[in-house]
Design a protein around this ligand. Structure first.
Ligand SMILES: NC(=O)c1ccc[n+]([C@@H]2O[C@H](COP(=O)([O-])OP(=O)(O)OC[C@H]3O[C@@H](n4cnc5c(N)ncnc54)[C@H](OP(=O)(O)O)[C@@H]3O)[C@@H](O)[C@H]2O)c1
Length: 247
């Protein structure tokens, strides 16, 4: 029996990390999934494993995605695709990386959500899950990434207001450090990024996030798990950072 009778989910960023773990978790709940990312080989492997439908597309190509998404008519949309450009300083990335970060992290969830909610409204139910970040709700040394994720935060907050009375729930999940391909794909100072990858802490696993998404989906329908902040036990935000600064 699927969650609240939800039958179909669209998951972006499904080729790795949180998106892929979410596809697996939803598949175990008997939900039919449309998995979206650019790398077709990774999506094919996930399809063999879970039977999900796939769409190998750049999330910025809204024209190509819209037709498929509207026909698929999802009850659940998980916006997980994202890039971590500029974590080593705004000046360490070029203009195209800044544009990509805004397009993938902000414009894409806006477009995907706009495409999905019309059908959800007509069916009187649905659930949008946005993967934000602690960088979007706390002050951190990640100007570009934090700007995109704070946009996701305000999008989630304001959309929840717009959706009142429609039966559509809106959950934003803001993780701290997750073990995934995120830092491999990030643009910036490669030496600094590689050094930052080795945190020495036990990071969150994508499966931890997927489990929390399930928790939000499975909450009774009169409950909207609105914003969740999730950190590795060994990570904390706030306070005075006394790690050595780099000159
Ligand atoms: N890892 C962390 O520490 C962390 C912390 C907080 C929040 N987050 C957020 O969590 C989300 C998932 O990240 P992750 O940790 O799972 O990283 P990941 O393993 O690098 O996954 C990122 C996913 O986004 C997809 N993607 C990137 N650009 C795309 C594009 N232009 N078109 C279509 N798909 C695209 C990638 O697929 P393709 O390359 O195949 O297209 C990949 O499936 C992101 O929104 C990220 O900001 C991550």
């Amino acid at each position: 029996m699927s969650i609240h009778g939800y039958k179909k989910a669209v998951v972006t960023g499904a080729s790795s990390g949180i998106g892929r773990a979410t596809v697996r978790a939803l598949h175990e709940q008997g939900i039919e999934i449309l998995a979206i990312a650019r790398r077709a080989d990774k999506l094919d492997a996930l399809a063999s494993e879970t039977g999900c439908d796939t769409l190998a597309a750049d999330i910025r190509d809204t024209g190509a995605i819209k037709k498929v998404l509207v026909e698929f008519a999802p009850d659940i949309l998980v916006n997980s695709a994202g890039v971590g450009h500029g974590m080593t300083g705004l000046e360490t990335v070029d203009a195209s990386a800044i544009e990509e970060a805004v397009a993938v992290n902000v414009l894409a969830p806006l477009q995907m959500t706009a495409m999905a909610i019309e059908g959800m409204k007509s069916r009187g139910r649905g659930h949008i899950v946005n993967i934000g970040s602690i960088s979007g709700i706390h002050t951190m040394a990640s100007a570009l990434y934090g700007a995109t994720k704070s946009a996701v935060h305000q999008l989630s907050q304001n959309l929840r207001m717009e959706l009142r009375g429609t039966g559509i729930r809106m959950t934003e999940l803001c993780p701290g450090r997750v073990r995934s391909e995120f830092y491999d794909a990030a643009q910036g100072d490669r030496t600094q990024i590689d050094a930052a990858k080795d945190t020495g802490i036990s990071e969150l696993r994508p499966e931890d996030i997927a489990g929390t998404i399930l928790f939000a989906l499975q909450a009774p329908l009169h409950v909207n798990i609105s914003t969740i902040e999730m950190l590795p036990t060994e990570q904390a935000v706030g306070g005075f950072d006394i790690t050595p600064i780099q000159n």
